[in-house]
Write a protein that binds this ligand. Structure first.
Ligand SMILES: Cc1cc2nc3c(=O)[nH]c(=O)nc-3n(C[C@H](O)[C@H](O)[C@H](O)COP(=O)(O)OP(=O)(O)OC[C@H]3O[C@@H](n4cnc5c(N)ncnc54)[C@H](O)[C@@H]3O)c2cc1C
Length: 363
């Protein structure tokens, strides 16, 4: 059996950035991603609206204090722009009342978006990598250690295979390690319990996006931002591109995942459109295209526990497990392992950077 120096499990932002940095260091690696495309929680949509249109079904924003993502975007020549927030916000308290207008509540620029959607960052990273080293549709279904080697069981289009590596980098959320990677074979109970305690950020959420051929809300002095106690969406924002051509609104759906799962995608989309109409007026009923992604239904992101809990950030005690991880030659690179900005895009880059530095220090 061929032994790869490093196997990376997971091809989201943290996995791809890990691969990118290992490649720069000339350290051999193989990246395994379960889905048919890279990106993980970063998911875009192909549209007929042109390449500047960003349909971000997962994350939308990064924030000005997050230095690493700005640095990586600059290095990969991926552009960004400020979230549109000029004008008033709206507050929908009752379904039968006109929404209250909140003057300039959106205020100063507080967040940034990637031009063409965050998927552009994933594409730019994947493009830099040696294609034979990054594999999609390779689900890791079990891991064990045999003397000093890692044995990694994969399923690729129904075919099982066991791969071997000297070192293992896990770029998947902590609870997915417990769910898929048989930690009882090689980890202490304490480490397994601490992994299980970390919620995967935003994994229980669902997002709705509707595109429009004109930004009627902007023309009415509105920022596109709205808050609602009526639902199904609880928070709405402008999701337009930064050109003067493609316009959109997006919202986070506030219904619990068990309630959502009783509705068809079309029923939920229709309720979201009706709500946009009630908040922004009848023009909002004429959406061109609408999209909905329920992350709670994605088995490569959410676990049953994530979906049941209220949202909270991970606080993984990395230092407490340093010795065990070092002796296993096991590195944890997903966003939830970051010691700052855990759960965010910035966290994914920081955790990956820490993992690569640890690999470098041991080689
Ligand atoms: C709706 C939503 C909104 C968000 N909004 C923001 C935002 O505005 N700003 C922000 O900073 N962050 C936001 N986030 C969080 C952000 O998306 C994450 O921090 C980031 O994408 C995490 O990247 P990652 O690579 O660490 O993990 P992931 O993106 O989860 O990647 C893990 C990868 O591993 C793969 N995988 C899992 N199990 C296996 C297995 N057994 N075998 C092989 N592959 C496997 C998965 O398919 C996935 O591709 C949001 C997330 C969601 C869902």
């Amino acid at each position: 059996m061929n032994v790869t120096e490093i196997i990376i499990v997971g091809g989201g932002l943290s996995g791809l950035f890990t691969a990118f940095n290992l490649q720069e260091l000339n350290i051999p690696y193989l990246l395994l991603e379960a889905k048919s495309s890279f990106g993980g929680r970063i998911a875009g949509c192909k549209t007929s609206l042109g390449s500047d249109m960003s349909i971000d079904l997962g994350p939308t924003w990064f924030w000005p204090h997050q230095e690493m993502i700005k640095q990586v975007l600059t290095q990969l020549q991926v552009g960004w722009f400020e979230q549109y927030c000029k004008g008033d916000a709206l507050y929908q308290k009752h379904s039968d009342a006109i929404p209250t207008r909140i003057r300039n509540s959106a205020g100063e620029i507080t967040s940034c978006r990637v031009r063409g959607g965050l998927q552009q960052l994933i594409l730019a990273l994947a493009e830099q990598l040696e294609q034979s080293n990054i594999k999609t549709e390779y689900a890791v279904t079990g891991v064990r250690k045999s003397s000093d080697k890692w044995l990694i069981k994969t399923v690729h289009r129904d075919e099982e295979q066991t791969l071997s590596a000297n070192q293992l980098i896990l770029a998947i959320p902590p609870r997915l390690i417990v769910k898929y990677l048989t930690p009882e074979q090689y980890m202490s109970e304490k480490l397994t319990n601490d992994l299980q305690a970390q919620q995967t950020w935003m994994s229980g959420q669902a997002k709705f996006i509707a595109t429009y051929n004109n930004p009627f809300w902007r023309e009415n002095g509105l920022a596109g931002q709205a808050f609602s106690q009526v639902g199904p969406m609880v928070e709405i924002h402008d999701a337009s591109s930064d050109t003067e051509s493609n316009f959109a609104l997006f919202g986070f759906i506030g219904l619990q995942s068990d309630v959502r799962s009783q509705l068809s995608i079309d029923q939920l989309k229709s309720q979201c459109i009706q709500q946009l109409g009630a908040i922004f007026g009848s023009e909002a009923l004429d959406a061109e295209i609408s999209y909905l992604k329920d992350w709670a239904q994605d088995k490569w992101v959410a676990t049953d526990l994530d979906v049941m809990e209220s949202p909270r950030h991970a606080t993984f005690p990395m230092l407490q497990h340093k010795k065990e991880l070092e002796s296993l030659r096991l590195y944890l690179a997903a966003s939830e392992f970051a010691q700052f900005e855990a759960g965010y895009l910035e966290g994914a880059l920081l955790a990956s950077d820490t993992a690569v530095k640890a690999v470098k220090a041991c080689s």
